[in-house]
Design a protein around this ligand. Sequence first.
Ligand code: CO
Length: 134
Amino acid sequence: MIGNLNHVAIVVPDLTAAADVYRKTLGADVSEPIDLPDHGVTTIFVNLPNTKIELLHPLGEGSPIAKFLETNPSGGMHHICYEVDDIRAARDHLVAEGARVLGDGEPRPGAHDKPVLFLHPKDFCGTLVEIEQV
Ligand code: CO
């Protein structure tokens, strides 16, 4: 069912320092920071030949990743995102398989304005999984 790995998201305490690590130390193609107020994050995209890394930092009050940063003050891997062709069909399959979809189960526009859903980490080897319709 799942297709390509769309991105790996890493929450970081300092976006400038994280961008330097990816741009200078690792020699990657790194975007400027982009504020996504609807998502409560500022993000930097690291464009790799076969996938992306998203560096995330909380934006504004009530950011969904603020707690993660409190628990992991030096940052850490937050989620991985797999591509699917049809997100509602994928959701129905996952639910039938016993997986838990977070929230109300209705896909919402993600950071790339494509519909996404998040799946419970306890059902996926301890990893928060995002699925994105591409
Ligand atoms: Co994501």
